[in-house]
Write a protein that binds this ligand. Structure first.
Ligand code: GLU
Length: 437
């Protein structure tokens, strides 16, 4: 039997951060790539640091990222329980085996494991073979009777029939101990893959929980698109060897192989993550974009419920292409939902220094008033005609009108914006602007 079985084995002692998420993701991808099983095992053996809240955030975060597990909490499986806190009898059984085989001895109230004093070769799919020798016997059961991490981790990997251990490089120093234990139990060690660290965006340090962008829950709170976050995380240590980096999940699954993960540390790049998010946002099917946007707006100062649903839909339709993130959405569309807008004075002064805004607006208003239908084409034609007639650039009209009716210099295409605002509101705003300045 050589079906792939991999596991993600977090300890719920802190919030779910991108380092852990990437470990889970690489395990998950490898399982999918090989048609194997992905197991979630909770290593909750630290009574002082484990917290239910951390566990909940972790489970929620995995689900948010779409990393479903074949065996583990909530779903069960034939090798459970999947919480180490519920597996004491399994550990007891294995401790007896070590004692009976003469691999364990008591000293000062603790149980020690007797090392072999031979170099242990770690077959690492990323780093190649690494040989290390354990020099000192080590504790496997503490004086308080609790088995230590090394023991329970190995016992579970054996009893859950794990074939590949994919985990952070920080565990490399534990692996020779673990191999000693596998050998002592008469088990062939699984294959290992120690994945590189994630460095913070600047400097040489490892990314910590306190760095911006480190916590998975923050991405959800800031309305990131989970698929974008997942796509970005794939590239922290792996690359599809193509010039495309934004790839659909099924393609990533097809291309991903754990042996292709880079040995060198990966560097977190907040800007790139945001760029991925904006690309995903732009390519969402509109109905999906629309329903996500409504969720974001429900929790914002914009009372979309008070507006006609078709109007809201129209506003969103013209904005999708230009919006970079959902967190910016309320501010991005605010002027569509207020009576009185405020104008960006600085931008206004800048435009005024380049051309005569008031004249352009007067000319525009006059022509605009006589339009029968306000749609993209009619407004665009009108702007072109005006520009030709007065011998100026179309930009003079576009920038002036945008500023007068939206208060700012960036937003969706002006022609769509005018159509959605409607003739009446546009004229009202042009008049208000003229009398104000
Ligand atoms: N509970 C360990 C951790 O969170 C798991 C190590 C492993 O994957 O073997 O670091």
């Amino acid at each position: 039997m050589n079906d792939v079985r991999v596991r993600f084995a977090p300890s719920p002692t802190g919030f779910f951060h991108i380092g852990s998420a990437r470990t889970a993701l690489f395990n998950w991808l490898y399982a999918k790539h090989r048609g194997g099983k992905f197991i979630l095992r909770i290593e909750d053996t630290d009574d002082e640091r484990d917290r239910k809240e951390f566990l909940d955030v972790l489970i929620h975060g995995l689900r948010w990222l779409g990393l479903d597990w074949d065996e583990g909490p909530d779903v069960g499986g034939e090798y459970g329980p999947y919480f180490q806190s519920q597996r004491s009898d399994v550990y007891q059984k294995y401790i007896e085996i070590l004692k009976n085989k003469g691999f364990a001895y008591e000293k000062d109230g603790a149980l020690y494991f007797k090392v072999s004093h031979r170099p242990q070769v770690i077959h690492d799919l990323i780093r190649g073979d690494v040989a290390r020798e354990e020099e000192k016997d080590f504790v496997i059961v503490r004086t308080n009777g609790k088995p230590v991490f090394h023991l329970v981790n190995v016992v579970d990997d054996i009893s859950m029939r794990i074939t590949h251990i994919i985990r952070g490089e920080d565990h490399l120093s534990n692996t020779s101990k673990h191999i000693e234990l596998f050998n002592a139990f008469g088990e062939k060690p699984p294959l290992f893959a120690h994945i590189p660290l994630i460095l913070k965006s600047q400097g040489s340090g490892k990314m910590s929980k306190r760095d911006t962008g480190a916590l998975i829950e923050d991405y959800e709170k800031n309305h990131f698109i989970a698929a974008a976050v997942r796509n970005y995380l794939c590239l922290l240590g792996w690359s599809p060897k193509e010039d495309r980096e934004i790839l659909p999940l099924d393609e990533i699954i097809r291309l991903f192989d754990i042996g292709d993960v880079n040995k060198n540390n990966a560097r977190f790049d907040e800007k790139k993550m945001s760029f991925f998010n904006s690309e995903y946002l732009r390519s969402l099917p509109f109905d999906d974009f629309h329903s996500r946007a409504l969720v974001v707006l429900k929790n914002s100062p914009i009372a979309v419920d008070k507006f006609d649903a078709r109007y809201v839909r129209d506003v969103l339709a013209i904005c999708q292409e230009k919006l970079r993130s959902f967190v910016e959405l309320p501010n991005f569309i605010e002027y569509f939902f207020v009576e009185k807008i405020t104008h960006d004075r600085e931008a206004l002064a800048k435009l005024q220094s380049k051309f005569d805004i008031q004249t352009r607006l007067r000319e525009f208003k006059l022509a605009f008033e006589s339009l029968d239908t306000v749609d993209e084409t009619s407004v665009e034609n009108l702007v072109h005609e005006l520009a030709t007639k007065h011998g100026v650039n179309t930009g003079e009209y576009i920038h002036s009108v945008r500023l007068a009716v939206s208060g700012r210099t960036v937003g969706p295409s002006l022609f769509g914006l005018l159509r959605v605002l409607g003739k009446e509101v546009v004229l009202e705003r042009l008049n208000a602007f003229a009398s104000q300045s």
